[in-house]
Design a protein around this ligand. Structure first.
Ligand code: IFM
Length: 486
């Protein structure tokens, strides 16, 4: 493990540029992306094990069988987090590691891994932030129908109870879901994610059952956790912009905002599905049958924090009649759309912006606007940036260093956007860099490196990139360095 570079001495920042008192500095990962140990200690396959082992689904045939081997190296990884000065670590729990069939009693060996991880974090003075679900449904539950089936929400509530019982005394922040939009619409709509189904109606049904599962889990967590514990959900809210000022493009933006964002924020934060979403998708789903009495009350149980993930804005238009629609929506290539009811909407890459290795436009103003939009739309809901970061083509220099100035610039710009949003009224409580370390980037396998720590997969050696040293310095200062110091 490489030590944190001491060559950037912390300097006291002027008051104006310091982040709010108590602002949390963290980094995030997810179970299937880092843990490995896919068949150890009783863990059974999740939908991502099945999907990644299906030829043609993941770049290069990569799987999460070993990933970053975090399951065996978590103590070293926590030591590294401590060296970087992280105050919080956001990780997810592999459902099929703790409840292999997705039903019934938990496997103690699986729970033990998370108990040990959490104890190690607490010992290091790092707050654990646990996400119950980051896309890895136990395969047995998918075989029984998966998220399009209502019963899956009940299974999830049982699983939440198991985890609250096992870790509720030591994890203070709980997140039900990470990016349920991806689970529903990439998993069951475009099929670029597990389980790879391409059924628009099932995608919408999945979205409702993910919402319901969230609400049921919040009820369970609230009933079992200490009063001081915080509950949350993390959404990848699309910062949707119309391509032009035309009414047609405004309608495209409204539609994508509905099926990309308000399908979750509506029921969760306002207790109702948006009328326009119901109208746009009425030909696919019988909403009055799908949404049963009491569902909306359950889904809208209050959360303490809303997690927001942001990478790039979403630029849309309504193509002229007869013109083919393009789908540069950044969510992977598929003949099937992840936008049920709005398949005709065209997606564009913003001109004149630098891009990351994902071909995503770099646009910090998108984060600023998103945080203020959410603040206006849902006043009084505290926010946490639970993911933000970028993939670049990192490599180890002959001197053994990884220089990633583009990532430093990306992080600087986006943290500056957070500061501006806070100054303009957004209640942002913290920031989690995605990701702590390079990992399995879903359908892209190991070809995309989002980590601030480089992982040499052959040796599993960790090398903090220049951005990790930069981020450690930001954390020490509790402020951004002024231009030139970074
Ligand atoms: O790696 C993913 C993560 O699992 C969820 N949010 C986006 C990241 C980058 O694509």
């Amino acid at each position: 493990m490489t030590a944190v570079r001491p060559d950037i001495a912390p300097k006291q920042a002027p008051e104006a540029t310091r982040f709010p008192t108590g602002f949390v500095w963290g980094a995030a990962t997810a179970a299937y992306q880092v843990e490995g140990a896919a068949a150890e200690d009783g863990r059974t396959p999740s939908i991502w094990d099945t999907f990644s082992h299906t030829p043609g689904k993941v770049h290069n045939g990569d799987t999460g069988d070993i990933a970053a081997d975090h399951y065996h190296r978590f103590r070293d990884d926590v030591a590294l987090m401590k060296q970087l000065g992280l105050k919080a670590y956001r990780f997810s729990i592999s459902w099929s590691r703790v409840q292999p069939t997705g039903r019934g009693p938990a496997v103690e060996r699986g729970l033990d891994f998370y108990r040990k991880l959490v104890d190690e974090l607490l010992e290091a003075g790092i707050a654990p932030v646990a996400t119950l679900y980051h896309w890895d449904l136990p395969q047995e539950l998918e075989d029984a129908g998966g998220w399009p089936q209502r019963v899956t929400a009940e299974r999830f509530a049982d699983y939440a109870a198991i985890m609250a019982g096992a870790l509720g005394d030591r994890v203070a922040t709980w997140t039900t879901f990470n990016e349920p939009w991806c689970s529903a619409f990439l998993g069951y709509g475009s099929g670029v994610h597990a389980p790879g189904r391409t059924e628009p109606a099932s995608a919408l049904r999945a979205a409702h059952h993910l919402n319901l599962a969230h609400g049921r889990a919040i009820e369970v967590l609230r009933g079992q956790l200490p009063a001081a514990a915080q509950t949350s959900v993390t959404l990848n809210l699309h910062q949707v912009r119309p391509l032009t000022a035309s009414a047609a493009d405004a309608d495209a933006a409204r539609r994508i905002d509905a099926v990309g964002n308000r399908i979750f924020t509506g029921p969760m934060l306002k207790g109702a599905y948006p009328e326009d979403l119901l109208a746009d998708t009425a030909h696919l789903v019988d909403w009055p049958t799908l949404v049963q009495d009491g569902d909306l009350a359950a889904i809208s149980r209050p959360v303490d924090v809303l997690g927001v993930n942001y990478y790039t804005p979403t630029l849309v238009s309504t193509p002229a009649e007869g013109a083919g629609s393009t789908r540069n929506d950044g969510h992977g290539a598929s003949d099937y759309s992840p936008w049920p009811g709005s398949e005709h909407v065209a997606f564009h890459l913003a001109e004149g912006k630098e891009r990351t290795a994902m071909n995503w436009a770099i646009d910090p103003d998108g984060l600023y606007n998103l945080l203020l939009d959410v603040t206006r739309e849902h006043p009084g809901v505290p926010l946490m940036v639970t993911e933000n970061g970028a993939a670049f083509d990192d490599y180890v220099s002959p001197e053994g260093r990884v220089e990633d100035p583009e990532r430093i610039a990306y992080l600087h710009g986006h943290l500056d956007a957070v500061q501006r949003a806070v100054a303009d009224g957004a209640d942002v409580r913290g920031y989690f860099l995605w990701s702590l370390m390079d990992n399995f980037e879903w359908a892209y396998g190991y070809s995309k490196r989002f980590g601030t720590v480089y992982v040499d997969y052959a040796s599993q050696r960790r090398i903090p990139k220049a951005s990790a040293h930069w981020y450690a310095d930001v954390i020490r200062r509790h402020a951004l360095p002024s231009a030139g110091l970074s």
